[in-house]
Ligand binder design. Sequence first.
Ligand SMILES: Nc1ncnc2c1ncn2[C@@H]1O[C@H](COP(=O)(O)OP(=O)(O)OP(=O)(O)O)[C@@H](O)[C@H]1O
Length: 359
Amino acid sequence: MAGLKVKNLTKRFADFAALSDVSLDVADGEFVAVLGPSGCGKTTLLRMVAGFEQPDDGEITIGGKVMSGAGINVQPENRKVGIVFQNYALWPHMNVAENVGYSLRVAKVDKATREKRVEEALALVNLQGFGERRPANLSGGQRQRVALARCLVAAPSLVLFDEPLANLDVHLRAAMEDEFAAFHKRTGTTIVYITHDQAEAMALADRIAVLDHGRLMQFATPRMLYEEPANEMVASFIAQGMVLPAEILSAAQDGACRVRILGQEAVLRCRPDEIARADAKVCVRAGDLEVVEMGGIPIRVKRSIYRGGGSRIEASPAERPDIELHFDLPDPARLEEGTQARLAIRTGWVIPRAEGAVR
Ligand SMILES: Nc1ncnc2c1ncn2[C@@H]1O[C@H](COP(=O)(O)OP(=O)(O)OP(=O)(O)O)[C@@H](O)[C@H]1O
């Protein structure tokens, strides 16, 4: 296995920058997800790591060896990078063992070694004994596991997953998430997992790199992204955070500061270097808001959506109809459309000053 270092990577298509100055350090054996909205540059990054595309600037190192960089361009087949695609494209006329062993046959590996390595690869994905089956007689999840075994048989030093679950139904996705997590634990393979599904990234990855418009917004653990987003993009992208204007009334003390938000004072978590300022933005989440009888922010309910066991309420501050708030109201409480209520902010995070800060 091997780590991956991406340094100041830039890729332009004509004068459009698909990736700008992206740096990532993936440790040996780490599971990293690359997450971002459509068109943010995920696939471009993956294609460059795999060697299908050359960067305009920057360097890619795998296992300590420079693969792309000034004057260097190691061919894809020599990078020892395995890729599992969304569209697993198994040969329908070959059985599972033949599919998995195909690259070894092309490389003229002898039959006995081939059979042993195919058996080992199938064992890694929990498909022992499936060698004789045809792809048509497998479930979608089993086919995806064959695709994984086919990539593992070449003993890659790094495995790239390109939205591998995008074609599967919800139940199968959950089961495959468990499979991938178990596979990673069992093998310690270094994994870079491309997805636009944040629940998937949160569930699987040790760390997540959030991309937007070709730039790295934040590279941190799932918990850190949720609790301490580095900028407004990450705050609103992860778990539908609400970004609200605020005034910081006191500098940070023990990781918190006093803040005025929509006329209400609250104590929020913040970076240790936070200072009093008028132009701040804070991130609050549905669970940070609570309906109160007195005080709080006066709101008007716009919509109530029943979610089983409670409702998701969408509302706006009475004084600021342009701002969208949402929170969950457990049964039996009800707040119908047009109702007025009051909301207290129990906690939240002061978004750091530096735009696009990366940690
Ligand atoms: N060969 C190309 N020529 C011109 N523009 C390209 C090319 N490949 C990608 N792009 C552009 O670069 C940007 C990033 O594309 P990329 O496929 O990396 O995004 P993505 O994050 O993988 O999106 P999605 O989740 O929709 O697959 C997009 O705006 C895309 O249109």
